[in-house]
Write a protein that binds this ligand. Structure first.
Ligand code: CTP
Length: 211
């Protein structure tokens, strides 16, 4: 399969040197890249900045902002069989990016933000038959209920739900659901083990859809 994987937390600049981002380490996305390569798939990684070592064997596209990630996904989506959106994409970006460094003053400063495009939702809307779209859901309450809403509303095939404890952690607990299966829980496992399981669920799903 040709698998497109996004990873890392996007950066939304407010001026040339400052940005809004999140605590994503990129570990899950990079573990997925390694697991997919190990299983013999062709992998393109679209990555926001992380401290992870770039994987050899995958095509790598480096981006910074949510808008750049969206452009890269749009380009790669056409030719992939599967998209895994492991990136922590910023939901908001600065309404205006200052051209020069914002000078400090002793007055309060209000940042105006505007929503970014939901890349996963776009992919769910544009996916072709036999294309598998996988999303993550980071939930700090009503995990299964909220993740299932994302699975349906974004029209995707597989959702991987986790809590904010997973951010940057070596081990985590995730719950996985495909559109027509019940939940599978993987408890306190390394991201390598979780990634291997996710890839095997994708392969099973592809076989099921091709029957
Ligand atoms: N995602 C995306 N584009 C965005 C925001 C999120 O593609 N602008 C993707 C993420 O990569 C992830 C999934 O959507 O696979 C869910 O992300 P999450 O942060 O859990 O949820 P949101 O859709 O952003 O909703 P909320 O923050 O309200 O829970």
């Amino acid at each position: 399969m040709r698998i497109l994987i996004t990873a890392g937390g996007t950066r939304e600049y407010i001026d040339p040197v400052r940005f809004i981002s999140n605590a994503s380490s990129g570990r899950m996305g990079y573990a997925l890249v390694r697991a997919a390569l190990k299983a013999g798939h062709k992998v393109t990684l679209i990555t926001a900045p992380t401290t992870q070592r770039l994987p050899s064997g995958a095509k790598v596209v480096e981006v910074e902002t949510a808008a750049q990630m969206f452009e890269a996904v749009k380009k790669g989506f056409e030719i992939c069989n599967c998209l895994i959106m492991a990136a922590a994409v910023s939901d908001y970006t600065s309404a205006r990016t200052a051209k020069t460094k914002i000078k400090k003053s002793n007055k309060s400063l209000t940042l105006k933000l505007k929503p970014t495009a939901d890349i996963l939702k776009w992919a769910g809307k544009h996916k072709r038959k036999n294309q598998i779209v996988v999303g993550f859901a980071l939930e700090d309450r009503n995990l299964r209920q909220n993740a299932e809403i994302k699975l349906k509303e974004k029209n995707i095939d597989i959702i991987i739900a986790n809590t904010s404890d997973a951010i940057g952690a070596g081990k985590s607990t995730v719950q996985i659901k495909t559109r027509d299966s019940s939940w599978t829980k993987i408890e306190n496992a390394t991201k390598a083990i979780i990634a291997k399981k996710v890839i095997s669920i994708i392969i099973a799903r592809r076989k099921y859809e091709r029957r």
